[in-house]
Design a protein. Structure first.
Lengths: 781, 214
């Protein structure tokens, strides 16, 4: 019965979501007049709406698992041969389902926010819930009238579906969109807080403390989502890089810049009661950018490799963006008298001044990317289409990125309000020494190691601007390495000063602490501050990885079996090809795969006389898409450099093939830096509560979080990989297949997932057995 | 007992802290309930402990049943059972919401507590205390000169003192009023006020323990 009416029932559930959200919105507004009973009704309504969205998602997942090809979305994005895992990931593989998935994430955030708000910010609560419900209602309207995931095929049920795009059948793609969506949707909660604070006029500094944590959480997932996206592009697209300045990639990083600016500028408001207008603007703008990014992806106004099918969905987004802009600006203008700063920046030699400059640099980078991304569309206004390619972005963003990188190191050296010349001299001494020594060493030794300090660039433009950009581009490697040393010295110095201060204080109390104990306690007692420094350390790692592209090597060669080719330190011997299934050298798993035919090219790799094993770039010919083979990259990775190999073409008769080999230095630093960044953000987010205060149930929940992370890691480790590499000697051994070894690249997702689990544990364990300050119904601070 | 009384007394202050909202039906109802007048206490079939157990137990049973079905029959049945549970959850929550909206559900502790939202002064106090903590850190790592520290510290401390005094002043009359209301209530119930209870009974350890807790 259910099966017979599933599409109609699913559409009915979407209507129910809209009705429930509207009901909760109305009750929330009524509760805003100070009636606690209505607030309880609104809270329960928000929970019910969220559960309803979950119900809708489960119905769609059921439709995928039962191959209900009457539903258009199911028939477009799945087929009968797909595994259970990929059938689940198909939920967000296309536009309609991804909107439902977005609604689910928003519902999870709504549930978390409403649960967390219990007993807190009671004046703000009604308007927070109302704002979140407007967003839920918008997505419900979108699905009902433009992108219904339960819509049926006009011609009736098909015998089989079209299948998920092969490019999306990759384990990075399993976790990249949910992570990015989690970041995007996470910006809704700070926006809801902001609207509530503006409506109620409660614009003191308390709400901003709560908002910062939510924004930091969104920032964490925006970072994870972007890094995973880079990793996916690196492994799956096969062009040799990780970031191509595609409009959709750009749209994903825009809110990252404003969120990063906000988590810094909010500290100024907390400490100095300044920048209130700026902060509310940043929150509203970050949320606006998440919707704008989605609009760019979905409307198809800019051509992109990520674009979804063309539809009229863009119009809905335009209206919604208009509503957000009008509401935000209207509320800010209305509340301007309450938002006036109560103090001002006294001197440039202060941390707040540095943060303001840093904010402007971040906003500058964001604005540049935004305009450059939109430029092809904007240029149509004067009847010509100007395309903006990666070289344009790379040239211009190099100086902006270096300014941000320098400011990241400079700001912690200053104190709040003003810093005395003596303190500044003391603070700058060792970081400057590190800067000069690193630059000197790079100039002296870099060329010998294959990483020259200065890489000559061609002029990009005629004139002075072109000359400046050329010089900056040429000097970027040495400046980046020197600034990385400067930043690391600042971070080490901050930790050292904190540890020393802590040990002095402990000595005075007569309870001396060891250096390690003091370090652990220092981080534990100031998680926000030192977690932030660890995030900075991760960004240093990523910058080192980015600058590695200055020394990239790329070759396109034609080889016949038995020939060798040298690139950088590597020597590759072409052994031949094999088609799986069918070839006896194929693994059992490859032999059993009936969804595709896999053409592997086997290479034996040596470096400086050491046998590094075999690598196998491949072309996959999917049964559902035989004319569009996918390129499967084979990688050998290390902290120093990656060997990246791709098949161009292969003559099936002579086995003569054209291949592209890349040596990409320091790319591993990007992924490692990303993991450190995640670790730092988790420390910052970890609740300020001693272990002794946690109830037993919280331990259980934290344990469950970690266990979930570990299980997730295991699952990822066991998933099939398309990056074929075997870094071990292979004498007297058959050609290995993907599961024979787990290369270093494979250990990163489990590590990341474990960190995710730890973060989950942290979040789950936040609800503590807290003593109530019964005078105010708030936990004691 | 004194502990309980003290807690009730403190809870009651919450209402006094509210910026005198116009009397709403909820507030009136809360007063009636608090005073023990009018409405007789209904006989509740579900005790709070049973409800609490069901709240924890049912989701666990639901998830366990889904997992078992998934293992035995596969993903479709697992999803179907999860969907059925989600639908039951929707109905329960919506029913509770409507009950709350129409006044069918009794006023909960959290709701009563919510009548006294934290005041702006209280939040300002927290911000100043946080600023003082940061200032101490800046001094300990040498990022601020002694003169600046002394000036800022004095300013923040004076501000914190002013805010705390302001809070205490606002609480004073309310505290007296609440204590009087509690005494009246206890007298009506026939319970001797704790202050009048003789502490010399060596067999009764309550006064000592209550003193510690209060």
């Amino acid at each position: 019965m259910l099966w017979q009416s599933l599409p109609e029932f699913g559409t009915g559930v979407l209507y129910a979501i809209l009705v429930a959200a509207a009901y909760t919105f109305a009750v929330s507004l009524a509760a805003g007049r100070g009636r606690p009973r209505l607030l309880t009704a609104a809270r329960l309504g928000a929970y019910a709406t969220s559960a309803l969205v979950l119900f809708g998602v489960l119905l769609l997942a059921y439709a995928f698992q039962t191959h209900d090809f009457r539903i258009r979305y199911v028939s477009h994005y799945s087929d009968r041969s797909m595994s259970t895992t990929y059938l689940l990931t198909s939920l967000w593989g296309g536009q309609d389902g991804s909107l439902l998935w977005w609604s689910l994430l928003l519902s999870i955030y709504t549930t978390a926010a409403v649960a967390w708000l219990k007993g807190r910010y009671r004046e703000l609560q009604p308007f927070i819930i109302a704002t979140l419900m407007v967003i839920v209602a918008f997505f419900a309207v979108l699905m009902l009238f433009s992108a219904n995931p339960f819509e049926t095929n006009i011609a009736g049920a098909r015998p089989d579906g079209e299948g998920l795009n092969p490019l999306l059948q990759n384990y990075w793609m399993i976790i990249h969109p949910p992570a990015l969506y989690t970041g995007f949707v996470g910006c809704s909660v700070p926006f809801a807080f902001c609207v509530a604070a503006l409506v109620t006029g409660r614009l003191d500094n308390e709400w901003i403390v709560a908002t910062r944590k939510w924004m930091l959480f969104a920032f964490l997932f925006l970072s994870i989502g972007n890094v995973l996206g880079m990793r996916w592009a690196y492994e799956e697209l096969g062009w040799g890089g990780y970031w191509a300045w595609d409009p959709v990639e750009n749209a994903a990083c825009l809110p990252w810049f404003t969120a990063a600016a906000y988590v810094h500028s909010t500290m100024i408001q907390e400490r100095r009661n300044m920048l209130k207008v700026w902060n509310v603007f940043l929150i509203c703008f970050t949320f606006f950018l998440t919707i704008f990014g989605t609009f760019l992806t979905r409307s198809g106004i800019i051509s992109s490799v990520h674009s979804f099918a063309q539809s009229d969905i863009g119009t809905y987004f335009l209206y919604f963006m208009g509503l957000i802009a009008a509401t935000s600006l209207g509320l800010i203008v209305w509340r301007l008298p309450l938002l006036r700063a109560k103090s001002e920046i006294e001197t440039v030699a202060s941390r707040e001044a540095m943060f303001v400059v840093n904010n402007w640099a971040l906003l500058g980078a964001m604005t540049f990317i935004l305009i450059a991304t939109m430029f092809p569309k904007l240029s149509e206004l004067w009847n010509e289409t100007v395309t903006v390619g990666p070289p344009f972005f790379n040239r211009w963003l190099a100086p902006i990125g270096l300014i941000i990188f320098a400011l990241m190191g400079l700001a912690p050296l200053f104190g709040w309000r003003k810093t005395s010349p003596g303190a500044l001299k003391q603070a700058f001494k060792w970081p400057l020494v590190a800067f000069v020594v690193a630059a000197g060493l790079h100039v002296a030794l870099g060329a010998g190691l294959g990483y020259p300090a200065i890489v000559p660039r061609d002029p990009f433009y005629p004139g002075v601007v072109g000359l400046i950009l050329q010089k900056v581009g040429s000097l970027a490697p040495v400046v980046t390495i020197a600034l990385a040393a400067f930043n690391v010295a600042v971070i080490v110095q901050e930790f050292q000063r904190g540890v020393s201060a802590r040990r002095r204080s402990a000595d005075k109390r007569g309870e001396p602490e060891g250096a390690l104990g003091a370090l652990v306690n220092l981080i534990a007692k100031n998680r926000r501050r030192y977690g932030g420094y660890i995030v900075h350390l991760g960004i240093v790692g990523m910058f080192i990885g980015f600058v590695g592209s200055a020394w990239n090597l790329e070759r396109e060669v034609t080889m016949t079996p038995g020939q060798t080719h040298e690139i950088g330190d590597f020597k590759l011997e072409y052994l031949g090809t094999r088609m799986c299934p069918g070839n006896p050298k194929c693994s059992a798993e490859e032999q059993a795969d009936l969804n595709k035919r896999m053409l592997f090219a086997d290479f034996h790799v040596m470096r400086a006389g050491h046998d590094l094993g075999l690598i196998h770039p491949a072309k996959f010919f999917y049964a559902k898409n035989p004319d569009g083979p996918t390129t499967e990259v084979s990688l050998l990775q290390s902290l120093r450099q990656d060997l990246y190999t791709v098949i161009g073409t292969i003559d099936p008769q002579s086995k003569r093939g054209t291949f592209r080999f890349h040596v990409n230095p320091l790319v591993m630093w990007i992924w490692s830096g990303g993991i450190v960044l995640i670790l730092g953000a988790c420390i910052s987010l970890w609740p300020e509560v001693a272990f002794g205060e946690l109830g037993a149930w919280s331990y259980v929940r934290a344990g469950a979080g970690v266990a979930a992370g570990a299980a997730f890691s295991l699952w990822l480790a066991m998933s099939p990989s398309y990056a074929y590499a075997n870094p071990r000697p292979t004498a007297n051994r058959p050609v290995p297949h993907a599961r024979a070894e787990i290369p270093l690249s494979r250990s990163l997702p489990p590590l990341g997932a474990t960190l995710l689990g730890l973060g989950l544990g942290a979040v789950l364990s936040t609800r503590r057995r807290r003593p109530l300050d019964v005078r105010h119904g708030q936990p004691r601070v | 007992m004194l502990d309980t009384v003290s807690r009730v007394s403190e809870e009651a202050k919450v209402e006094a802290l509210a910026p005198e909202p116009p009397p709403t039906p909820d507030a009136a109802e809360a007063q009636e309930v608090a005073a023990g007048e009018k409405r007789p206490v209904p006989v509740d079939v579900f005790s709070p402990r049973l409800i609490s157990t069901l709240r924890t137990g049912l989701p666990i049973v639901w998830l366990a049943a889904a997992a078992l079905a998934g293992l035995l029959s596969g993903a479709p049945l697992l999803l179907l059972i999860l969907a059925a549970g989600a639908l039951a959850l929707v109905l329960t929550l919506m029913w509770s919401s409507v009950q709350s909206l129409t006044g069918g559900a009794p006023l909960g502790f959290e709701e009563a507590l919510g009548m006294g939202a934290p005041s702006r002064v209280e939040e300002e106090k927290r911000a100043v205390l946080r600023a003082l903590k940061d200032l101490e850190y800046e001094r300990s790592v040498g990022k601020i000169s002694p003169e600046d520290y002394a000036e800022l510290s004095a300013r923040y401390r004076a501000e914190a003192k002013r805010l705390m005094q302001s809070l205490d002043a606002a609480l004073g009359p309310a505290r007296e009023e609440v204590e009087r209301a509690i005494e009246e209530r206890l007298a009506r119930l026939g319970v001797e006020p704790p202050s009048a209870k003789p502490a010399e009974n060596p067999a009764d350890p309550r006064p000592e323990s209550s003193e510690k807790t209060s």
